[in-house]
Design a protein around this ligand. Structure first.
Ligand SMILES: C[S@@+](CC[C@H](N)C(=O)[O-])C[C@H]1O[C@@H](n2cnc3c(N)ncnc32)[C@H](O)[C@@H]1O
Length: 223
């Protein structure tokens, strides 16, 4: 992907169409009834639009849970995708959990089923020509060891400011000038969240999709 081609005008046009498209809603509905998670039909509209507007083939998703976003990505892709997903896949608290929930399981904390590598792999069930590789690791330990570059990096683990700032530092070496970096939960639904602050601090420019709370930016705009 050439950096010069990183123009979001085409993406905006696709997004406008996909957000109101009944096929997008139906596809999302079929996936969401099968795979627990939080992403709505506008997440699928976002993935479809970003894949339609940019020649994205290599994707890194940080935060897989039970595989809903990866399945939405595959459903929204118009070309073979190579997706790498990393998650700690464990029934342990995350860094954005409130203090009083730190000793609890996912179910006890009210966040639903715990993340699971086996369930995510079965839910995603990637078939050629797509290739999905799931890694079980704490992302802070794994990101420094990764090599190569990605066209899209999607951040969706803990939403506290320190985590997102750390991730944006760690993924810098995995980007080429045309890489798009995006993530979920831009708005602070919980008091422990700080995605917006982190993104505002780390990029010279970024955009967000208010209806889905997804933010996105160009890697070349990382400060
Ligand atoms: C909001 S969920 C991700 C939702 C997911 N994108 C989907 O498609 O449904 C957050 C995930 O981040 C993972 N996570 C939190 N902290 C992590 C860390 N430090 N390293 C790896 N994964 C982490 C959790 O295990 C959980 O599965």
């Amino acid at each position: 992907m050439q950096p010069d081609s990183l123009d979001f005008e085409k993406f905006d046009q696709h997004l406008e169409a996909n957000a109101h498209d009944s096929a997008t809603r139906q596809t999302h509905q079929a996936i969401a009834t099968r795979i627990p998670g939080w992403s709505g039909h506008l997440h699928l509209a976002f993935f479809k639009s970003i894949f339609a507007a940019f020649p994205i083939e290599r994707v890194l998703i940080v935060g897989v849970y039970l595989g809903r976003d990866i399945t939405l990505m595959l459903a929204g892709s118009n070309r073979p995708m190579q997706i790498v997903g990393v998650d700690k896949f464990s029934d342990t608290p995350c860094d954005d959990w409130p203090e009083e929930k730190r000793g609890m399981t996912w179910q006890q904390a009210g966040f639903g089923e715990a993340p699971s590598l086996e369930k995510a792999a079965a839910n995603i069930n990637a078939q050629p020509p797509h290739a999905v590789r799931l890694i079980q690791s704490n992302d802070a330990d794994w990101l420094p060891m990764v090599e190569g570059q990605f066209d899209l990096i999607y951040l969706d683990t803990a939403h506290d400011k320190a985590t997102v700032v750390r991730q944006l530092q760690q993924i810098r070496k995995l980007c080429h000038p045309g890489t798009i970096i995006a993530g979920d939960d831009y708005e602070n639904i919980l008091p422990t969240w700080g995605v917006k602050d982190a993104v505002t601090e780390c990029f010279t420019e970024h955009a967000f999709m208010p209806s889905a709370s997804i933010w996105y930016a160009r890697a070349r705009d990382l400060k």
